[in-house]
Design a protein around this ligand. Structure first.
Ligand SMILES: [Zn+2]
Length: 385
């Protein structure tokens, strides 16, 4: 793939140092703040390349979400507790989707950041918004740690700019169900998700095409670098060539990386950065969002290295002292101290992963290619006068 030539811009800042998930919630780890710290330690984040995320206002949020749900979340946030009725109706105030002071602001800023990212992409910039990518959020309720669904706002904003072919690529280890369903009725939107089979939310089977514009690639546990590359080269990129989108929104949950406690994919960060860069290089306008990711070491290295890739920077060899100190200072309830690999502290780049390609993955790629070819023929018939 060619080098990324657009000027990248990092969205997010100090807001992400405070509040957020607490206690033993899988998201109660430093995420965007650790990325900011690591990028600063590497000298990769001058102020001129960073913008804060604006808060989406009530009217903007209600362009996708139900007003009653938005109100319930705001009410819970300011009251500091969730009523039984709101918990039952909107799935907030549960272990899965806790609400604490600041939750509303962070979620509304994730949406504001995704809207801004779409505008910046249309201005020829390459925005990276790691606090975005909350792909499970539903119109009228929270789901899967996601309150608002910011990727939907990025997609809709691109459509508001007059684009009529928009792609969504989801590299998170979990199926991007919320986004797929939210845009299913919109003929301008085409979605693709690579995720681990057998994981929550248990949707996104290989034969799930939604309303005909969704592609789903559920990979068996243990997905290797070689397998990831086969899926990207043989399905994702040909799919982009087929639909020729004007813009793409990419969700980059780091739970696809080797070492994540909530998934069993074994992709190295180098293979994963290459996949995102290949998608971004293929499409005129791109918005790059975060997503899940529950290992703070692989997350901080994964997103920092992704920012490096997008902004034309790279790092080889051992990390400098300040960068190591950032990684050394991380902690995670889901990962024991003796499970913290030495390279998670000392390097940015994972060792290359396995190139082995198992038969089920070859078949998944082959079946997906055949389905694409069938769809392409149908599209050609429709487009022939
Ligand atoms: Zn995930």
């Amino acid at each position: 793939m060619g080098p990324v030539t657009k000027q990248a811009i990092f969205l997010g800042g100090e807001l992400y140092r405070f509040g957020g998930f607490r206690g033993n919630h899988p998201l109660a780890i430093p995420r965007v703040a650790a990325v900011l710290d690591l990028c600063h330690a590497l000298g990769w984040l001058p102020e001129s390349e960073r913008l804060d995320c604006p808060e989406a206002d009530h009217e903007q949020l209600c362009m996708f979400h139900d007003a009653a749900y938005v109100e319930a979340l705001r009410r819970a946030d300011s009251a500091g507790h969730v009523s039984a009725d709101d918990r039952a109706r909107y799935h907030i105030g549960t272990f899965e989707n806790p609400v604490a002071p600041g939750s509303y602001l962070r979620a509304a800023c994730a949406v504001g950041g995704s809207i801004l990212a779409a505008d910046l992409a249309m201005q020829g910039r390459l925005p990276f918004h790691p606090a975005g990518g909350m792909h499970h959020g539903r119109r009228d309720r929270a789901s899967g740690f996601c309150l608002f669904n910011d990727p939907v706002f990025a997609l809709r904003r691109l459509a508001e700019h007059g684009l009529d072919r928009i792609a969504y690529v989801d590299f998170d280890a979990h199926h991007g169900d919320g986004v797929q369903d939210a845009v299913a009725a919109d003929a301008r939107m085409h979605t693709l998700s690579i995720h681990e089979a057998g994981r929550w939310p248990h949707t996104g089977a290989a034969d799930d095409a939604s309303t005909g514009r969704a592609v789903n690639l559920p990979v068996p546990p243990g997905c290797s670098d070689g397998e990831y590359r086969v899926l990207v080269d043989e399905v994702v990129l040909p799919w982009l060539d087929m639909i020729r989108p004007d813009a793409v929104v990419v969700v980059c949950g780091t739970d696809a990386l080797d070492g994540d406690p909530l998934s069993a994919m074994e992709v190295s960060n180098g293979a994963w950065w290459g996949a995102v860069a290949a998608v971004v290089a293929r499409v005129p306008h791109a918005v790059v969002l975060g997503g899940g990711g529950y290992n703070p070491w692989t997350l901080a290295r994964g997103w920092s290295g992704l920012w490096g890739q997008l902004s034309g920077r790279s790092h080889e060899g051992p990390l400098n002292g300040p960068a190591r100190a950032v990684l050394q200072g991380l902690h995670c309830d889901l990962i024991d101290d003796d499970e913290v690999r030495q390279e998670w502290i000392s390097t940015l780049n994972d060792r290359h992963g396995a190139e082995t390609i198992r038969d089920p993955v070859r078949m998944l790629a082959r079946d997906a290619r055949q389905a694409l070819a069938r769809r392409h023929r149908q599209l050609s018939l429709l487009e022939t006068p």
